[in-house]
Design a binder for this molecule. Sequence first.
Ligand code: ADP
Ligand code: MG
Length: 701
Amino acid sequence: MRPTLLNPLFTNIRNLSGVGDKAHKNYLRMFGSDLIKDLIYHLPVGFVDRTNMPDLTYAENKTILSAVVDVKEHFPPKPRSRQPYKVVCQNETGYITLVFFNHKGDYIKNILPVGQKRVISGKVEKYDGILSMTHPDRVVPLSEIKNILIMEPVYPLTYGISQRSIIKTVQLAVNKIPELPEWIEENYCAKNHWNSWADSIRRVHKITSGKDLEPTLPTRQRLAYDELLASQLALAISRQRNKKQKGYSLKNAGTLRQRMLDGLPFTLTKGQNQVLKDIYHDMEEPSRMLRLLQGDVGAGKTVVALQAMLCAIESGKQCALMAPTEILARQHGASLQNMLEQAGLNDRVTLTVLTGKEKGKTREAILHGLEQGSTHIVVGTHALFQEHVTFANLGFVAIDEQHRFGVKQRLQLTNKGDSTDILLMTATPIPRTLTLTLYGDIDVSLLKEKPAGRQAIDTRILPKSRIDDVTSGLKRAISEGNRIYWVCPLIEEDEEQQNQFAAVETRFKELNCLFPNRVGLVHGKLKSDEKEQVMAQFKEGALDILVATTVIEVGVDVPEATIMIIEEAQQFGLSQLHQLRGRVGRGTKKSNCILIYGHALSETGKRRLQIMRETEDGFRIAEEDLLLRGSGEILGTKQSGMPDFFLASFPEHNELLLAARDDVKYILQNDPKLTSPRGQNLRTLLYLFSYDEHIGLLMSG
Ligand code: ADP
Ligand code: MG
């Protein structure tokens, strides 16, 4: 149960004065929550200096200033004219005209009574020596001057909430916060000059200078540390629990594995062998395996996964491979089946594919096979784990492109199997800081080298004005038997609900005129069997060009495709470009990638695309991407399951992240159930960040 101490923070913001239905709705939309705790963690991103009170005569254009003025004269516009309402004010330093559009009733008369003094604040404009202020931010009587002449925080906002109201609401919320017991170790707090939690919250909303916004400021560091400590602790708790659950020790002669190797037309790379050694070691251990396998596209992860599965199967276990999309699941199914056949293992090992699309009798038969244990490998989408699928003896799960599954789904999955070993696979190289934030201290294996014999992909960068050269070059490329991907970005949907797929559709039509019946189109709006049909035609060679959105980003395997053209390349993340480019260069033929940029490029934009030319090293590309764009972008978008940190930011808080990891290690070694006095305080921290479920794990042992 959440300590009652936290109740004021878990109170609905509706209870704050001034927050009505409409504001409530807007806040809810902004935070995805309507609790005070989320409002107080909404940190200022800037400030307005209202202490600036220059002489009005010398005030500069476009600056923000405050002034004490006498209200001189009102100039209402003629009825029904579009002119603004003007009020002339004056003080000993000069004149200023206040300007209001869309005025209503007597509002202006009331706030600016002629002959009285008012404090005004806002942005001024100066034309021909005449100073004006359109819609002052503040107009108050002299008695309230001390509330005006301040450094005012600026909060990030969504439509519908004004700075003025959020400042007020945040202040009301901050006034309600309780003092909380200290969960950070005393010496560490002292060393960093950190204040208590409540003090830090109060301070972070008070701006005295631009320095107060720096992530390196002790106050901001402390709050970031709280957030990191909570997430590291939560991850470690679920990890601790997984390790404690007894796994199976899978030890066997390795006959199946060997037969597969004998059937492959290639030998494993040194990297693949090393990774497999790590994996077998984990599987032999009686505790559960949780390992992340990072390897660039085409590095050979699928082969590794199948080897590991055969190890589990030889010990009598069933295996599952989960893919993020149906297309990928089917493709994986086909390629695993193919390898089994090459090895002559298709009689010994049965494989089936299960997605949301298998229905009725087919589905029943598949479920029956899994329940009986007669099916050894199932490849599928997350439908595998959500629906009523029971396994006779599930021992090993591989999750491909794992970051596409949310944090929640991952926890569900770990809770589902009794003691299954888990191998997470990703082609998105995740820098160390990110793996730590995503998984805590997880075991990581890297597949750095690619199988020998792969050819470098020749990458070129062209402006859109040269697109005709590109299309005319295609004629020859096609006659030489090349197959081509042509990728266009989605168009941001605006208020007019513009068609997101306009760009691909237009490109498809144009190319289809040039190459009739040789061009296919796939995008997210198509039904998956339509998509698959087009993909299959492309794979068979019935189509030469496949125009697509990023649906082809992961896993599509057409070794005959040798040309990748990406339009508006500047809009994509580098890692995404890298993934897309990885669709070609899979066969023995030389491959090309053409990045076409739409607008004039910024310096950063140029540098980014340049990196794509310089390297095919996905790890380097990911690091650069992290530097240039930040973490959320690397893993795709919000749905990626990347924990969204509100307080911590990287790379500024890298050190804090490492410290939190070490702290958590120490804490759980000495107090694994969090029962000591500090342990109790840490529980409060976990509740504060809504890790209730993880505290549940502590209780259940
Ligand atoms: P990933 O899943 O990492 O993108 P895959 O396992 O699908 O990569 O492998 C990509 C391609 O490389 C496949 O066609 C596979 O058969 C081939 N491959 C895998 N390992 C090797 C190897 N050691 N030598 C040569 N080719 C390999
Ligand atoms: Mg793969």
